[in-house]
Design a protein around this ligand. Structure first.
Ligand SMILES: [Mg+2]
Length: 398
């Protein structure tokens, strides 16, 4: 059996190191099985896994490599295996995951707590990569495991340190579907915009207090959406198009939306807005932000003002999820290729239906049930969850 050798070279990076070392391997006709290299702040770490030629019984190749490394002022460690070794680096873990950490500034404590949990769940860290540019605000850990972890228990543990350490942690299976997303579906109120439009309409009519109280309860999932929606719409009787204009003018688009849409479109994503709010606002956002699909509720107008009635069927939690599926079918993609982002209890079914459901600054009940929760103010952090770095984003925006 041919011995297998793993060499690890470290030291100050300089041009030509890989070329010199692989030159030794070429001369000895070693068969390279794997190679990996990282340069972090000018320090090189290079690993090469290779099979020795049977004639190389004296391990001359290793000696040559040690000699070459000394010449290049590098440190070289090596380990010899046999193919059937249980610790052979050839035995790879079949399950792969990506864990993303996002915070204003990621602390040592956060990294420590996360890696401790990963050990408990038998998850191995393969690589750590910073995705943010200037600040240390996002890292992605590529993980591997021999057996799938207990995702529910893992998620609960991660969520508990999320609150304690003020970081967002996303854990997702790594693989083709993570990279093959095609459609992003957004909720409108408190997701794409910072307001609840129904409350703003109510403000125009002087019934803000009553309506906002019901909206809050509905979004926390404490009361039935349909019933509460109909009740609130009744209070909007008399609303005029001019008042809708005034509300539209003071809406605050969530930070990062323009950049996010800009790049998603460049990457060929389709964007949908599915809202339990109102079409009179959603359709204007469609034009302004060039959204591909828009579904929302519609107030009925008569003689120049709202009657307090709405068009049926009401876009509620169930309908949001169904519409997401309709759009996916129309686009000819699978649900695994869909990302849904929302904050309210009426988004939960839609977040569940999508391959990736993101609770964005959501109510606690929503965050706990979604695939992942983002508590960042800026929607640009969605890029990080897709594994797109800040540098790539900046390059694409130029
Ligand atoms: Mg919402």
């Amino acid at each position: 059996m041919n011995p297998i050798v793993l060499v690890t070279v470290s030291g100050k990076d300089a041009p030509g190191i890989t070329s010199e070392l692989t030159g030794v391997l070429a001369e000895s006709q070693a068969i390279i099985l794997d190679i990996g290299q990282a340069v972090i702040h000018g320090l090189l770490s290079l690993s090469i896994l290779f099979k020795l030629d049977p004639s190389d019984s004296s391990k001359a190749t290793i000696k040559d490599l040690l000699f070459k490394a000394a010449e290049l002022d590098l440190k070289l460690d090596f380990k010899v295996f046999h193919e059937e070794d249980t610790h052979s680096p050839l035995l790879t873990s079949p399950h792969r995951y990506a864990l993303t950490l996002i915070s204003d500034a990621i602390t040592g404590a956060a990294l420590h707590e996360v890696s401790k949990i990963l050990v408990d769940h038998h998850l191995n860290i393969q690589t750590i990569q910073r995705l943010s540019e200037k600040e240390f605000s996002c890292v992605e850990l590529q993980l591997s495991a021999n057996h799938p972890p207990q995702e529910k228990a893992l998620k609960i543990e991660l969520l508990s340190i999320t609150q304690k350490l003020g970081v967002d942690i996303a854990f997702q299976a790594e693989g083709l579907f993570r990279r093959a997303k095609r459609l992003v579906v957004f909720d409108m109120d408190s997701t794409l915009i910072q307001n609840e439009v129904i409350d703003e309409f109510a403000r125009e009519l002087g019934v803000y207090e009553e309506v906002a109280r019901i909206t809050h309860e509905a979004m926390e999932g404490k009361i039935d959406f349909n019933e509460s929606f109909i009740r609130r719409c009744k209070m909007l009787e008399g609303l005029t198009p001019k008042q809708i204009d005034q509300v539209y003018d003071r809406l605050e688009i969530t930070l990062g939306v323009e950049d996010l849409f800009n790049i998603l479109k460049k990457l060929g994503y389709k964007i949908a807005l599915i809202s339990g709010g109102f079409r009179s606002i959603a359709s204007r956002l469609k034009t302004r932000l060039e959204i591909d699909y828009v579904y929302a509720n519609e107030l009925i107008f008569k003689d120049g003002s709202a009657t307090g009635d709405v068009v049926y069927p009401i876009v509620n939690a169930q309908r949001k999820a169904d519409l997401l599926e309709v759009i996916a079918q129309q686009e000819g993609i699978t649900l695994d290729q869909v990302i849904a982002i929302g904050d309210g209890a009426n988004d939960l079914l839609m977040l569940e239906r999508a391959g990736l459901g993101i609770a964005f600054n959501a109510k606690p009940a929503v965050s706990e049930q979604a695939d992942m929760a983002l508590n960042q103010k800026n929607l640009r952090s969605v890029f990080y969850l897709l594994g797109i770095s800040a540098r790539d984003v900046a390059g694409a925006l130029q």
